[in-house]
Design a protein around this ligand. Structure first.
Ligand SMILES: [Zn+2]
Length: 96
């Protein structure tokens, strides 16, 4: 069921779950009992579990905090082995 947000003039905002189509424009505030008007918000239908939302979150995070590495890492090549491991390549002429 979707969440509907309401705002009481005296208390804080609160949300209630109601079946779609049975939402009311004003409900009694759980804090003081005064009628609280409905707040119109973006639909909040399990956004946090969708892959699209995760992509938006990660994109926004990397925009302000890029993932920075402190070193280039070890990699697969170690120093001294050169580019190739084929022993036949050792006989090829080398530049001076
Ligand atoms: Zn209230």
């Amino acid at each position: 069921m979707p969440l509907y947000a309401y705002r009481c003039k005296d208390c804080a905002d609160f949300e209630i779950q109601a079946p779609m189509g049975q939402v009311r424009e004003a409900v009694p505030c759980p804090g003081c009992g005064a009628p609280a008007r409905r707040r119109f918000t973006a639909p909040n239908l399990s956004r946090s579990s969708s892959s699209a939302y995760r992509l938006i979150e990660s994109t926004a995070r990397t925009a302000s905090e890029p993932a920075v590495v402190s070193s280039p890492g070890t990699g697969r090549r170690s120093a001294g082995t050169g580019i190739t491991r084929n022993p036949l390549h050792q006989k090829l002429p080398r530049p001076d």
